[in-house]
Design a protein around this ligand. Structure first.
Ligand SMILES: [Fe+2]
Length: 436
């Protein structure tokens, strides 16, 4: 349980006492200025100046967010303080009976004896695969024009989601300097905006192009992810119910000034991870394999982005060495089911597609047992760049598109081996997308 912390006598209170003492001494000696009075006056002036210049301290935890740990028994809690608090502690109380402590989660405060966060709560991940995770999914959500934040907060408070997937671009200018003083402050503000959401529901991420500065170090040091507790890489995977979810960086393929070694490392890791996830015993437990990456392989937007081109960089043509890092082929070969993207400030759902060809399960039920991954671009949660428009001549693989603000809700059912999703549109009533 959280105990109230006794308020400390601050250094500023100490300065106040000094001021009173010095002023008293000065008044006692004002008719006959003595050496003592002069010293007192000097001390008074020094103390007063010091008090005026004494900078505030920032010990209060802010930007609190959580993410799944290595398994159901762990949860990462990350927060920031502007000043060093020396120690960092999470106080937590577990919910439920002693037999169910781990399964149910609980409440927590984080911080130090210099200041604690408000109380937040979370539900731990359920064990096993016999349950249906409910996810909110979006990318390109910003500090300015963050259209989806208020509704996501209310829905989080109602307990509508088990986890949130943020598919890159967490904030325009998150790490771009408006001035030297502004460095990363917009990102700080964004993290405060999403705290009511991310402090209560596991918030899983992947990097986007706006997180590039300083080789993504600011991004990496904000988010601890499953398999990445030390915040030093940009790809990971985790199991949730009947699904295996892979988060990877598409940005390695574009910002080559940081070297190609990290792209190669990620590709090797992807291969191993997919190999493990598709072992018969593992696929039987978790039939769904879902990926999240920021820049799409396909899109129908009228902005000449990489995804508008046949054979996009993310798909296969990276540095003209397709055999080395052909992500489209490896995801296809290992039977990935759903690929989640953002970057385009719009929503688009594809038919099952590989190499520009449609591989529907059947005419009547295109999404039942499809022969290729289903791609969904969901990058219109709201940011300062507003919407991206669409072309007028859509390819055969484009099933539905919308440029309304909103996000995607996905429920992964394990009993029927179906996956349903609907798109919440900010300017319309909720609309259920059906596959035919
Ligand atoms: Fe982007």
């Amino acid at each position: 349980m959280v105990r109230p912390i006794e308020k400390e006598v601050t250094d500023l209170s100490f300065v106040g006492l000094l001021l009173l003492t010095c002023a008293g001494k000065f008044l006692q000696h004002r008719s006959e200025p003595s050496a003592m009075a002069k010293i007192s006056l000097l001390t008074f002036v020094c103390c007063f100046s010091f008090a005026l210049c004494y900078p505030p301290v920032y010990y209060q935890p802010e930007q609190v967010h959580i993410a799944y740990g290595e398994d159901e028994t762990q949860m990462y809690v990350v927060w920031s303080t502007q000043n060093d608090t020396v120690s960092s502690v999470v106080l937590y109380s577990l919910a439920g009976s002693s037999q169910q402590l781990v399964a149910e989660g609980g409440t927590y405060n984080c911080g130090s004896d210099k200041g604690w966060s408000p109380e937040f709560s979370f539900t731990a991940m359920q064990k096993g695969n016999n349950w249906s995770p409910r996810l909110a999914i979006y990318g390109d959500l910003g500090n300015i024009n963050g259209q989806s934040i208020p509704r996501l907060q209310l829905e989080t408070e109602k307990g509508m989601y088990d986890a949130i997937l943020h598919v890159g671009k967490h904030q325009s200018n998150m790490f771009e300097k408006l001035s030297v003083q502004d460095d990363a402050k917009v990102g700080d503000e964004f993290m405060k905006q999403i705290e009511p959401i991310a402090a209560n529901v596991p918030y899983l991420t992947c990097p986007g192009n706006h997180e590039v500065n300083y080789n993504f170090s600011n991004y990496k040091h904000r988010f601890a992810m499953p398999g990445d507790p030390y915040m030093d890489r940009m790809f990971f995977s985790f199991n949730i119910g009947p699904a295996h979810i892979i988060s990877f960086s598409t940005e390695y393929y574009f910002f080559v000034q940081f070297g190609i070694a990290q792209a190669a490392e990620q590709y090797r890791w992807l291969e191993q991870d997919l190999m493990e996830a598709t072992k018969p015993e593992n696929r039987a437990q978790r039939p769904w394999i879902i990926t999240m990456g920021h820049r799409p392989m396909y899109c129908s937007n009228a902005d000449n982005d990489d995804c508008t081109k046949t054979g996009s960089m993310v798909s296969e043509n990276w540095l003209a060495y397709p055999a080395l890092f052909a992500t489209r082929k490896i995801f296809y070969d290992y039977g990935v089911d759903v690929m989640l993207w953002a970057h385009e400030h719009s929503y688009e759902r594809m038919w099952p597609v590989y190499d520009e060809k449609v591989y529907n399960g059947s005419l009547k039920e295109p999404y039942t047992n499809p022969k290729a991954p289903v791609h969904v671009v969901t990058g219109s949660a709201g940011c300062q760049e507003n919407h991206d428009k669409f072309i007028t001549n859509f390819a055969a693989w484009s099933a539905f598109h919308s440029d309304d603000y909103g996000y995607t809700r996905m429920t992964i059912h394990n009993t029927t081996r179906t996956c349903t999703w609907n798109r919440f549109l900010m300017t319309r009533e909720e609309k259920l997308l059906t596959p035919s």
